[in-house]
Design a protein around this ligand. Structure first.
Ligand SMILES: Cc1ncc(COP(=O)(O)O)c(C=O)c1O
Length: 397
């Protein structure tokens, strides 16, 4: 499959146009994805649950095709894919759904879950919520690269540990957890393994069946699909994983996730998955080249710049950097031409400092001097070079 020669609006190449460097926050919808979705807003608007007429059948067929495309991307069976509204819902469903099932079967049994302290907020907060419901939760510290240490994990396991949940590729620093080793430990100890693979699916090759992952969350809008759609993979064999629904109602998704399906979104996620599957190897290679050039030029132009996260086990599209002594929130007005993320953000009256950067050992000051630069399908060498120049100028003023 060829990548579309069409460039999404908003990622213009003109010299004076802003440069989007926030592909980890969201990706533009690939024009091929958009074209695939369009008919499902227009003539094929049916509800897949309408089994009595052709409008329903057409929508149902489209969802079936997308389920196959999404399953193929991660090495799963189509019946193991359950569509959700995104990775936030999938993460919450995995945790609360499993807890509800365990409690249903044995209401008095003590329950222990293990996660890490660099998870996305949808895991951190869901785990904090189950803790309030009486589950013992360990938030494991990570090493200075943001990776779960196998020895730390082994030591944390208790006889009543039921679930481990670890982010596969970190959304802020790009560190790639050793998921194969983690899965082996989970299997040896008969503990369910969930992974938040929102930044991993479509970016690194994976086969969840072979790896031994039990539950996996991912999202459409991080893989050049639309927002508002995602999926939870639920393993069907060796072991068959059973979780309770979070959403009750019409019994869609084989009774496990009620609510009329977002057909255009699902079609889009399916198409996005197919494109990623076919272009991933080449695209990773290209992005790695751009990322390395970016880092090389940054070091050349900005003395003292530091890289956060693992130098080796990391995503091909991302740099998280610290510009010592330059508060990045204060720099933002001078970085209007760049779409970047900062390590801290001013919320309602308070500064929210990245828990991930703190967890890998950065001081609050250094977190406030940090930037996440994430590249993607429409990033170019020219953009990288212009971005370095803009960053350098912003520091000089
Ligand atoms: C690692 C990770 N998990 C979960 C999410 C939430 O995904 P969604 O926006 O699909 O709910 C994100 C999005 O930023 C993410 O990066």
């Amino acid at each position: 499959m060829e990548l579309s020669s069409e460039r999404p609006m908003g990622t213009s190449l003109q010299n004076d146009k802003p440069i989007y460097l926030d592909y980890n926050a969201t990706t533009p919808v690939d024009p091929q994805v958009f074209h695939a979705m369009e008919p499902y807003f227009k003539e094929f608007f049916g509800n897949p649950a309408s089994a009595a007429h052709q409008w329903g059948w057409i929508a149902e067929n489209a969802v079936t095709k997308a389920r196959g495309q999404v399953a193929a991307l991660i090495g799963a069976k189509p019946m193991e894919i359950f569509f959700t509204s995104g990775a936030t819902e999938a993460n919450n469903w995995a945790i609360f759904g499993l807890l509800s099932k365990i409690r249903e079967e044995n209401p008095t049994e003590p329950i222990h879950f293990i996660t890490s302290n660099v998870e996305h907020s949808s895991i951190m907060k869901a785990m904090a919520a189950v803790e309030k419901m009486g589950v013992e939760v360990d938030f494991l510290p990570v090493n200075s690269f943001g990776l779960v240490e196998i020895e730390t994990l082994r030591k944390a396991i208790k006889p009543h540990t039921k679930l481990m949940s670890f982010i596969w590729v970190n959304n802020e620093i790009g560190s790639i957890n050793p998921m194969g080793e983690i899965a082996k430990i989970a299997k040896e100890n008969k503990i369910y393994l969930h992974t938040d693979a929102t930044q991993a699916a479509g970016k690194i090759p994976m086969n969840v069946t072979e790896l031994g992952i039990d539950l996996m969350s991912f999202s459409g809008h991080k893989i050049y699909g639309p927002k508002g759609v995602g999926a939870l993979y639920i393993r069907s064999k060796d072991p068959k994983v059973q979780i309770n629904p979070l959403l009750h109602g019409g019994g869609q998704e084989r009774g496990l996730r009620s609510g009329s399906l977002n057909v255009p979104g699902i079609v889009g996620m399916g198409m996005a998955a197919e494109i990623c599957q076919k272009t991933m190897t080449e695209e990773c290679h290209r992005l790695q080249g751009l990322r390395d050039l970016f880092w090389e030029k940054l070091q050349e132009k900005i003395p003292g710049v530091r890289l956060n996260g693992s130098p080796t086990e990391r995503a091909s599209n991302l740099l998280n950097i610290t510009l010592p002594n330059y508060k990045t929130e204060a720099l933002l007005p001078r970085l209007q031409k760049l779409g970047v993320s900062t390590g801290s953000a001013c919320g309602t009256g308070a500064t929210v400092v990245s828990h991930v950067l703190r967890a890998i050992g950065l001081s609050v000051d250094d977190v406030q001097c940090s930037l996440r630069l994430s590249l993607g399908r429409w990033s170019t060498e020219d953009e990288v070079l212009r971005a370095v120049a803009i960053l350098k100028n912003s520091l000089q003023r």
